[in-house]
Design a protein around this ligand. Structure first.
Ligand code: ADP
Ligand code: 5SP
Length: 495
């Protein structure tokens, strides 16, 4: 039995997997609180993730109806980029600033300049720093909370922190480390000189976690915690990784021609490469994967976070929301939304706000507003796909995951807007499943290949298949042209 855990932005999800029976035995989730403020502040208390882990763990084990002593290994996936800065007692010196925090946008811009602009970043890191990466959060803490900064003893990412809590080990692996901004994604090693430019007072070698390979274990569960959770002694904790890396594994360890797209709080699109990549667009994050390869990725910030805002504004449950959208025509009778409520990463508009365009006396309906937010979020995904350029060219299939992929209307919208067939795996919490598969791969060292595990456990759900419909594709093409014009006029993003 293996356990996969995904600490996402909105919740922690746990899946219990029986590898030998090729069965998913139980799934559960517990929500997280978000601390939001003016100026783009978005933070969480790491302690809340531990509480959510405990609750979701107990629920998933109960649903699976297993004795927790049967669990052989655990894998942790986590929202990327969050800064978990700990003091020498392992306590956070400040709440975790999240991937979607834009309070540090000016620090990011200054850092890019200090590193020699986009070319300098590419040369030293293999990617261009974007607002949301860990580096600017550290620079921000140094500037604004020097007392907390001085107490930093170790600097972890959310999934590293959960590994640390489980095992007592401070380790990291290349996939998630890629998103820090002080890691060379081509050589898969920390960039100590870049770290020293951001945080000259800290000793990088002491503060940064030890790097391990994706297949190496982070450690074993601490005896006291094992007793509390009812686990056997010596349960292995695999390296884990960023949610996008483990989502790529949980969708079948994607290969050329396949794309993983996640409609979670963020929207992400990634393709796999066996070589380091240098994308045509600076907006592409040339991350490492968590299986030894690379995972060029695009991330937009306003996906289910945006749809949830409009859905809750109208007090709609998810099913009613879906029905409203289905009842409005493509293009929402001219209502167009640029849903940049939280600012945006791709396109790089960290200080942007949302716009609602094309309203008239006859099209101002609940159904059109609901449709416009989902369309706007999905146009953002198409824009992202275009930035991936040749890395996604020739894609034959989108494997759609994340909470939004549960919506049939959204799956069809993705197929029609991108022109690429869509299918979802049965387990749409693919990052949690990917973490369980990585845990089995790690624990059964030498015994089984990751691809073989994916073949057994990742089942694509035929009932979710959505093919692009020519009439829909044509109708959306015209609306997408309007979206691009609005991006150009309001935000100066060239067509
Ligand atoms: N059928 C659906 N239609 C639209 N949105 C959905 C649907 N089911 C779940 N969601 C949304 O998915 C989001 C959670 O997605 P998830 O991938 O778990 O996010 P994260 O990993 O960022 O925490 C929630 O905002 C939820 O409202
Ligand atoms: O910042 C990124 C990727 O670069 C995000 O994709 C985060 O990893 C958060 O993921 P979700 O909570 O939306 O799954």
């Amino acid at each position: 039995m293996y356990l996969g855990v995904d600490c996402g932005t909105q919740s922690t999800k746990v899946v219990v997997v029986d590898i030998d029976a090729a069965a998913i035995l139980g799934e559960a989730s517990r929500p997280h609180r978000l601390i939001e403020g003016t100026n783009g502040r978005r933070e969480q208390h790491p302690g809340d993730w531990l509480e959510a882990f405990r609750g979701a763990f107990q629920d998933a084990v109960a649903k699976a109806n297993i004795d927790p002593r049967a669990v052989r290994a655990i894998g942790i996936s986590g929202q990327q980029h969050g800064m978990v800065a700990l003091d020498r007692d392992g306590e956070p010196v400040y709440p975790a600033k999240l991937w979607c925090d834009t309070e540090t946008a000016d620090h990011n811009a200054a850092l890019v300049e200090r590193l020699g602009g986009e070319a300098g970043c590419l040369e030293r890191l293999g990617l261009v720093l974007q607002t949301g990466y860990t580096a600017s959060k550290l620079a921000w803490l140094r500037d604004t909370h020097p007392e907390a900064y001085r107490r930093i003893d170790s600097l972890l990412l959310p999934h590293d922190y959960l590994n640390f809590w489980l095992t007592g080990e401070r380790v990291s692996e290349a996939g998630d480390a890629s998103g820090t901004g002080y890691f060379d994604t081509r050589r898969r090693e920390w960039r100590l000189d870049v770290f020293a430019e951001i945080a000259p007072e800290l000793d990088a070698r002491a503060v940064l976690p030890r790097l391990i390979d994706a297949r190496q274990p982070a450690g074993v569960v601490r005896p006291a915690l094992a007793r509390e959770l009812g686990l056997a002694e010596g349960v292995v904790v695999s390296s884990g990784g960023g949610d996008n890396m483990l989502g790529a594994i949980g969708t079948g360890n994607i290969r050329p021609g396949e794309i993983t797209m996640s409609l979670g709080t963020s929207g992400t699109i990634c393709a796999h490469s066996s070589e380091p990549v240098q994308a045509e667009s600076d907006m592409v994050a040339n991350f490492c994967s968590s299986d030894g390869g690379w995972l060029p990725l695009i991330c937009t910030m306003n996906v289910t976070s945006a749809t949830t805002r409009i859905r809750e504004l109208f007090g709609l449950e998810l099913d009613d929301f879906g029905e409203h959208i289905a009842s409005a025509p493509i293009g929402a009778e001219g209502v167009l939304m640029l849903p940049f409520f939280d600012g945006e990463r791709v396109p790089a508009l960290p200080h942007a706000s949302a716009s609602l365009l094309g309203l008239t006396g006859t099209n101002l309906t609940r159904a059109n507003l609901c449709r416009a937010v989902m369309e706007g979020a999905t146009f953002g995904m198409r824009y992202g796909l275009e930035q991936l350029g040749s890395l996604a060219a020739g894609a034959r299939q989108i494997r759609l995951i994340g909470g939004g992929s549960k919506s049939p209307v959204w799956r069809q919208m993705v197929a029609d807007i991108t022109g690429i067939p869509v299918i979802s795996p049965r387990v749409t919490d693919a990052a949690a499943l990917g973490a369980a598969l990585q845990a089995a791969w790690c624990e059964r060292r030498g015994d089984v290949a990751l691809d073989a595990l994916c073949e057994r456990l990742v089942v694509l759900d035929e009932a979710t298949r959505a093919e692009p419909v020519p009439a829909g594709v044509a109708a959306y093409e015209a609306v997408y042209t309007r979206y691009r014009q609005a991006l150009a006029e309001r935000h100066g993003i060239p067509d």
